[in-house]
Design a protein around this ligand. Structure first.
Ligand code: C2O
Ligand code: CU
Ligand code: CU
Length: 555
């Protein structure tokens, strides 16, 4: 395995009291964010499940030797079935939450951190006040009470902080967890459950010599995202699962800040995919590999029957190209270059089993939208991704609360066609730098700290040069109801694209989609039930914090 060595390594320690901050961009409109008061429990709401989640500082063993200081969710079930909350022993990862469609859930989020925070239930269709909007952030010592009904279909979801400009570092320190929703349709299938259903959260981290988390505070991190040099699964390094020779359901979530994985077995056994972000597919799909970008989920059936005891199979991240500029890959400061092959976890057959199980032919029914139901079939709402010198934008603007543009106003209970594409830095991005907005923003980013002169990226570089240099894949996430991907067009480096294209599962419902360089996607998304501000952003968390986030006003 060839390895890129970092040119320089400017890891920052995330110890107690360390303020590890990437160049924080100025707030879009240059005004402070107005906070909503912490939501309180309502007497009118009778929860089926009630739990408390504390965000706190802690220590946990990750590597051999000294424990690692982390920030984590610690949960406590107040009411409801015992499997609603399962703690992961000896791991920083938040407890596994398990709900059923139709349940009413109350979650008391308590902030015992030294800074503000707020939690978002990624993928859940909930009102704005329950969505973990950055304006709902609470101060240390405060509690925010969430009350909502589970309206989503069965699937694996993700909870994590959504704190303004602090999402990346809060998730990195350990605040993240998986949530499973069950429903009748899925239960009727008799999929492997209990010990045969294994949730796996994949993340990457870097450690210093003292076993403490290290985070890059340099320009490369804020530009391209954080890439650790060690893979953790469910908060553990060198993760191994002991399995019986029978069928398993592996539910995988990419909880990394920026890293994209190409899941494949070391013996090249194809993957049987039964679900993605928004739940089960209609029919299983067999793929040589699956691409999994930050916040994406994939649901796999793995059959170990007939495998001898003692045999092993390792899930790798396989080789791929073109999702990050080669220059960035070399400079990103990680020993584990993105796109190179490395192991993720190993399954070891330790028990014999005669259980034979057949995957049902039909898994679910997905209600597809008809053309007449789409409010804007000839005029898609754009999501233009700009990544250029000092500019991490969506639709040409950084995040700004109360900065809703015309195309970002959406009538409630409509279904919209949305087109997601790259808008290249080149001239577009640079043209903007003359504007007043840009000047304000550059002030905030700090020309010095973020200056790219050292990268030899001259301002005189033409559109194409900039484009080639800055093109990378962005996992675009939209809050609220999941969407359908109806079109994926590509124009660019075919060879690089061939190393990833068979790994995109577009047949299920999604809430996060990877948009590779050169791709243009069309999605259909309903905006039902709830009015308010719902975010859409890049789920490369460093990009999100740097401004690659906007919001739709559903009105
Ligand atoms: Cu998983 Cu807006 O986030
Ligand atoms: Cu989300
Ligand atoms: Cu991005």
């Amino acid at each position: 395995m060839k390895r890129f060595r970092p040119l320089s390594r400017r890891g920052l320690l995330l110890g107690a009291g360390a303020t590890a901050m990437i160049g924080a961009p100025a707030f879009g409109q240059g005004h402070a964010m107005r906070r909503t008061a912490p939501n309180r429990a309502s007497d009118a709401f009778t929860p089926d499940v009630e739990l408390e989640l504390m965000c706190k500082r802690d220590e946990t063993p990750i590597l051999t030797g000294k424990p690692t200081r982390v920030w984590r969710y610690v949960g406590n079930l107040i009411k409801g079935p015992p499997n609603a909350l399962t703690a992961l022993p000896d791991a920083y990862l938040g407890p596994l939450l398990r709900f059923t469609k139709g349940q009413k859930v109350r979650i008391r989020l308590r902030n015992d951190l030294p800074e503000e925070t707020i939690t978002h239930w990624h993928g859940l269709h909930v009102p704005m006040l329950m969505d973990g909007h950055p304006t709902a952030a609470i101060d240390p010592g405060e509690t925010y009470v969430y009350e909502f009904e589970i309206r989503n279909r069965a699937g694996m979801y993700f909870y994590h902080p959504h704190t303004h400009e602090k999402t990346a570092t809060q998730v990195y320190r350990g605040l993240a967890g998986a949530m499973i929703v069950e429903d009748e349709e899925e239960r009727a299938l008799g999929l492997p459950s209990g010990e045969f259903e294994i949730p796996l959260v994949i993340q990457d981290r870097s450690f210093d010599d003292d076993n403490q988390l290290a985070y890059g505070d340099d320009m490369h991190t804020s530009m391209f995202g954080f890439y650790g040099d060690r893979v953790l699964v469910n908060g553990r390094s060198d993760f191994t699962i002991d399995v019986a020779s029978r069928a398993y359901r592996l539910r995988i979530l990419n909880g990394s800040n920026a890293r994209i994985y190409k899941l494949c077995w070391d013996d090249r056994t194809p993957l049987t995919v039964i679900g993605v972000d928004g739940g089960l597919l209609e029919k299983a799909e067999t793929r040589p590999y699956v691409m999994l970008a930050p916040a994406e989920r994939v649901d796999l059936i793995v059959d170990f029957s007939g495998r001898p005891q003692g045999s092993k199979r390792t899930m790798l991240s396989g080789e791929f190209y073109g999702l990050i500029p080669p220059m960035a890959q070399r400079m990103m400061g990680s020993d584990l270059a993105m796109g190179e092959e490395f192991p993720l976890f190993t399954a070891r057959v330790t028990k014999a089993s005669n259980e034979s199980w057949r995957l049902p032919e039909t898994l679910s029914t997905i209600r597809r939208f008809r053309k007449e139901e789409i409010a804007n079939s000839d005029d898609p709402i754009p999501i233009a991704i700009t990544m250029a010198h000092m500019a991490m934008f969506l639709n040409g603007r950084p995040y700004g609360h109360n900065d809703i543009q015309r195309r970002e106003r959406i009538p409630v209970d409509t279904t919209q066609l949305i087109e997601i594409f790259h808008e290249h830095g080149g001239m577009g991005g640079m043209g903007m730098m003359g504007g007043g907005r840009m000047r304000g923003r550059m002030g905030g980013m700090g020309m010095g700290g973020m200056g790219m002169g050292g990268m030899g990226m001259g301002m005189g570089m033409g559109g194409m040069g900039m484009m080639g240099m800055m093109s990378m894949a962005h996992p675009i996430h939209l809050h609220g109801q999941p969407f359908e991907i109806i079109e994926r067009r590509f124009e660019g480096d075919e060879d690089a694209y061939a190393s990833v294209r068979d790994g995109f599962i577009d047949s299920g419902l999604k809430d996060t989609v990877l948009v590779a360089p050169g791709e243009r996607l069309r999605i259909i998304k309903p905006f039902g039930d709830f009015k308010g501000r719902f975010m859409y952003h890049c789920h490369n968390l460093e990009h999100e914090d740097a401004g690659m986030m906007r919001e739709f006003s559903v009105e």
